[in-house]
Design a binder for this molecule. Structure first.
Ligand SMILES: Cc1cc2nc3c(=O)[nH]c(=O)nc-3n(C[C@H](O)[C@H](O)[C@H](O)COP(=O)(O)O)c2cc1C
Length: 232
């Protein structure tokens, strides 16, 4: 079975817009035969990396000195072929999401290489992850708000020597709902998200048109700014 693990770093957890977008993505993966487990950083105790001197590389390679819920997550993340990072944009990440990313360090081999002019490493041999994908929501209008979060995910994949499978991003995600209900446009976007999850497993990639359908604007930039500023 093609296993996947999704880590949702939204502090609003199940109630958040990130969960709203992540749910159909996971459905798509499961429809395509993937076995997906989802975890919310907010429900877990994930301490900030604090062992010092790269303990998990040079003192006890592959072992994290901190004993918290990462010890439960490590074997699950290691067995997954696809790792999904799901997060709202919080200039750039909610702290718990960043802590999770930092705590992946023990899964990486302490052996440095230069690839493409950058210092990189690779996941350890017992780590099955082959693709890392981002699912992210933001409040502002433009896709540029996601650049930092996309870059962090890309860097993680490059550092670990696996494929960055793309970014499912949804700007002004809150506009997909009106009075608590999904709008017709919101439903169409979630259908595209479901397709993205399905295609990632079935075809090994997500088509550009699908990414574009997910992130398309729901109103003009001026209209959204006026709404935020209480002018309409
Ligand atoms: C502290 C904080 C910082 C934020 N920074 C940004 C930002 O830089 N760009 C953006 O587009 N949205 C920003 N937002 C809006 C959230 O990303 C957006 O509402 C997101 O959909 C929330 O997802 P959630 O409901 O899963 O938490 C921010 C929200 C908060 C609370």
């Amino acid at each position: 079975m093609n296993k996947a693990v999704a880590i949702n770093g939204s502090p609003r957890m199940e109630r958040g817009y990130t969960a709203m977008v992540l749910a159909p993505f996971i459905e798509g993966l499961m429809d395509a035969g993937s076995d997906v487990e989802t975890f919310y950083t907010g429900h877990l105790k994930i301490k900030p990396c604090a062992c010092g001197e790269m303990y998990c590389w040079y003192k006890q390679p592959g072992e994290c000195c901190l004993k918290d819920d990462m010890q439960m997550l490590y074997p699950k993340v290691k067995r997954a072929r696809i790792l999904i990072l799901a997060t709202p944009v919080y200039m750039p990440l909610p702290g718990q999401m960043q802590d999770f990313v930092n705590r992946l360090c023990p899964l990486v081999e302490p052996f440095l290489q230069t690839r493409g002019g950058r210092t990189r490493a690779r996941f350890r041999e017992d780590v099955q992850i082959r693709k890392i994908v981002l699912v992210s929501t933001g409040g502002w209008w433009e896709k540029g708000n996601f650049d930092t979060v996309v870059h962090i995910t890309q860097e993680l994949a490059e550092n670990a020597g696996v494929e960055f499978a793309g970014a499912v991003i949804r700007p002004h995600a809150f506009l997909m709902k009106k009075r608590g209900q999904l709008t017709e446009e919101g439903k169409a976007i979630l259908d595209a998200v479901r397709r993205a999850g399905y295609d990632l497993v079935k075809n090994g990639m997500i088509a550009k048109e699908t990414f574009d359908a997910i992130s398309r604007p729901l109103l003009s930039e001026d209209e959204l700014r006026d709404r935020y500023n209480g002018l309409v």
